[in-house]
Design a protein around this ligand. Structure first.
Ligand code: UD1
Length: 335
């Protein structure tokens, strides 16, 4: 049985990936510092899969703890989620973001190589493309200057990994996520609401639940059919499964280069208004909204060309937007 370290394994995408890893026969050890989640997620994972993952509460900023971890555990690969992801916060706290997302990455990579662990999956983001010139976005689209320290950490992270794969035996796949949404069908894990949601779906869900009065739609003057911005919303379980496919590719030496990049989305662009309408339809709940100014730093449209991921990873999405929105609502109700 292969053992995989999942950093940030109690977070939103991490926890769903741990479940899929266990369902696929992997043994999992999680590192999490609980900065944006709670320890109960560990029990909830266990109750879904019937297997309790090993867990170490470690903050990856503590280099010595990372060293000790790799002395204590022998792992076959690492899926690295642990990072901060709030765009606005990153503008306020750039040094925190560079330390929390970049220093930690270097510590993990360094200890992997020192301990002959060479399979690495990285959480990247479609944010590296900025506003792409052509849609859908292929992996060959040029990356654009980062608009926030958060985005910069994803671009730099990819670069650090690529350089390391050139100089060592490290093999890596960076998955460039589009917009992950939804929750596990059991409603035992999902995105934990901490503070006022910055992302669209949690805000929509909380508005429908009466926790927020009114959703602000950031701009209806974009050059899109209904004027609202377009994104590619992917069910988090589909996204989680892409990690298993990527990991298997590395473990079975099926990778075609030592550093590969894949877009992970559905391939379909959906507008903010379409999201709201679809949510209202599947849940029969009303979402109050008003249109306000555009949000600084937002782009007009982004959706993935998933041809490469479909072909090379042998992966495709199974869930629809409606499935994802229904699961988000079920998760909200369970809270
Ligand atoms: C953002 C980041 C992205 C990051 C992701 C995860 C930017 C430009 N992108 O994605 O890099 O990986 O979060 O945290 O910041 N919207 C509203 N009202 C709301 C919230 C959002 O209208 O209350 C709109 C946004 O303007 C956007 C769409 O909904 O058009 C999706 O927004 P969001 O869920 O925040 O994701 P992104 O901005 O695409």
């Amino acid at each position: 049985m292969k053992k995989i370290l999942v950093t940030g394994g109690l977070g939103y995408i991490g926890s769903h990936t741990v479940v899929e890893l266990q369902n696929s026969g992997f043994e999992v050890v999680i590192i999490d510092n609980l900065s944006n989640t709670t320890i109960e997620v560990l029990d909830n994972i266990t109750s879904i899969t019937g297997i309790k993952p090993q867990f170490e509460q470690i903050d990856l900023k503590n280099k010595e703890d990372v060293q000790l971890f790799f002395k204590k555990y022998t792992v076959d690969g690492v899926i690295h989620f642990a990072a901060s992801k709030a765009v606005g916060e990153s503008v306020e706290l750039p040094l925190f973001y560079y330390e929390n997302n970049i220093s930690t990455l270097t510590y993990v990579l360094k200890e992997m190589i020192a301990n002959n662990v060479y399979n690495f999956i990285f959480s990247s983001s479609c944010t590296v493309y900025g506003q792409a010139d052509e849609l859908p976005i292929t992996e060959n689209a040029p990356t654009k200057p980062a608009k926030s320290p958060y985005a910069a950490t994803k671009k730099m992270g990819e670069l650090i990994i690529e350089d390391t794969t050139k100089a060592t035996e490290l093999k890596s796949i960076a998955l460039r996520y589009f917009n992950p949404i939804g929750a596990h069908k059991t409603a035992k894990i999902g995105e934990l609401p901490i503070g006022v949601p910055q992302n669209l779906i949690p805000y929509v869900v909380q508005t429908a639940a009466g926790i927020r009065e009114c959703l602000s739609i950031f701009g209806d003057d974009y050059p899109t059919p209904d004027g609202t911005a377009i994104r590619d919303y992917i069910h988090v379980v589909d996204l989680a499964k892409a990690h298993i496919a990527a990991l298997n590719r590395l473990i079975h030496n099926q990778n075609k280069a030592n550093c590969e990049f894949f877009n992970i989305g559905t391939g379909t662009g959906i507008s903010v208004l379409e999201v709201v309408k679809a949510f209202e339809k599947v849940t029969e709940k009303k979402v109050n909204f008003k249109v306000v100014d555009r949000r600084a730093g937002d782009i007009t449209a982004a959706y993935a060309d998933t041809t490469l991921a479909n072909k090379e990873l042998g992966w495709k999405t199974e869930f629809t937007l409606e499935d994802a929105l229904r699961s988000s609502w079920k998760w909200q109700e369970s809270l």
